[in-house]
Design a protein around this ligand. Structure first.
Ligand SMILES: NC(=O)c1ccc[n+]([C@@H]2O[C@H](COP(=O)([O-])OP(=O)(O)OC[C@H]3O[C@@H](n4cnc5c(N)ncnc54)[C@H](OP(=O)(O)O)[C@@H]3O)[C@@H](O)[C@H]2O)c1
Length: 289
């Protein structure tokens, strides 16, 4: 299928759904018992189904997730794939960012990234220097677009002041249950500032899909969709929101793709926003990924 896209006023365009790779190849460390064939198969199944955006990070499986993505995309037309990766918090110094990016490119076996993101705000580094390094990577043609992850609106605004390139997205934890981007104004800020809010953990790693609350069941019945499809569609039906979902299961991939190509009515988006139970404003877990 053709994955629908959204366009910023700046002209930058992105698919509304991308494939996540957190936990492919391991968690923070490489898992040598990992089923690499299944992960590579999952990435290829997504590409074959029309998914073009693949999200990875140097931190995932200590770089091994990038290696798996590099192996998976072999034989595909690179120009049709949108690869995003991230530099981790401990590497946000100017030289470290340049170095990390080059290593990511080697593991991914590609000569550019479509999007390069700071994985997290770091008090221990100069944001000005980090943004200067991202500018340098754009200048060298190693990175096409830049962005950040897990930044609140103040840090996002500050980061934009330090770069001559447009920050195209802020990747943050946002789903039916986890509402920090609404509570602290990031969602509104992204709309005002023409920045995509890229929502990670759309199905709460599966936790949103057991014990379905009545308001979610009501939407499943109304739209004849599954809870995962409603959870994903609720995100991407909102302006400026796109999402990333990890799966290596063909059944889950098919199910998740059924969340695309239609829009929930505005009143239902708002009903879920108000009535979905157990909303959390601030993460009470360390946001791994
Ligand atoms: N920037 C950041 O700090 C940050 C943080 C977290 C995540 N991310 C990115 O966002 C991506 C998505 O977030 P996430 O992986 O944490 O959470 P997620 O996509 O909500 O959940 C992934 C988990 O849910 C399962 N799953 C997926 N679709 C399902 C379905 N329809 N039914 C049942 N289970 C389903 C997957 O298992 P199967 O493989 O078995 O389907 C996997 O275990 C990550 O992979 C990563 O690329 C970024």
């Amino acid at each position: 299928m053709k994955i629908p896209t959204k366009k910023l006023k700046s002209g930058f365009e992105m698919p509304v759904y991308g494939l996540g790779t957190w936990q492919m190849g391991g968690r923070d460390e490489r898992d040598f018992a990992n089923d690499d064939v299944a992960d590579i198969g999952g990435i290829r199944a997504a590409l074959d189904a029309g998914v073009t955006h693949i999200d990875t990070a140097e931190k995932y499986a200590d770089g091994y997730s990038e290696t798996l993505v590099g192996r998976a995309i072999k034989g595909y037309d690179r120009s049709k794939i949108f690869i995003a990766s991230k530099v981790q918090e401990k590497n946000l110094g100017y030289d470290d960012i340049l170095n990390s990016c080059k290593k990511s490119l080697e593991r991914l076996q590609t000569d550019y990234l479509d999007l390069y993101l700071l994985h997290r705000y770091s008090k221990g580094h100069s944001l000005k220097d980090s943004m200067r390094a991202l500018d340098k990577l754009v200048e060298e043609g190693l990175v096409k677009h830049i962005g950040v992850c897990n930044f609140g609106k103040e840090h996002l605004a500050e980061a934009q002041r330090y770069t001559k390139n447009k920050i195209v997205c802020d990747q943050v934890h946002y789903n039916l249950e986890f509402r920090e981007p609404e509570a602290f104004g990031l969602l509104g800020y992204c709309k005002e500032s023409d920045v995509f809010l890229s929502a990670w953990r759309p199905v709460g790693k599966g936790s949103l899909l057991g014990n379905i609350p009545p308001v979610l069941q009501e939407m499943c019945d109304k739209y004849k969709k599954t809870p995962a499809q409603i959870a994903i569609n609720w995100l991407i039906s909102q302006p400026y929101v796109i999402t990333l979902s990890k799966t290596r299961s063909p059944d889950h991939l098919n199910e998740n793709l059924g969340a695309l190509g239609w829009n929930m009515e505005k009143e239902d988006i708002e009903k879920l926003r108000k009535e979905y139970p157990g909303q959390k404003l601030v993460s009470d877990v360390v946001p791994l990924g």
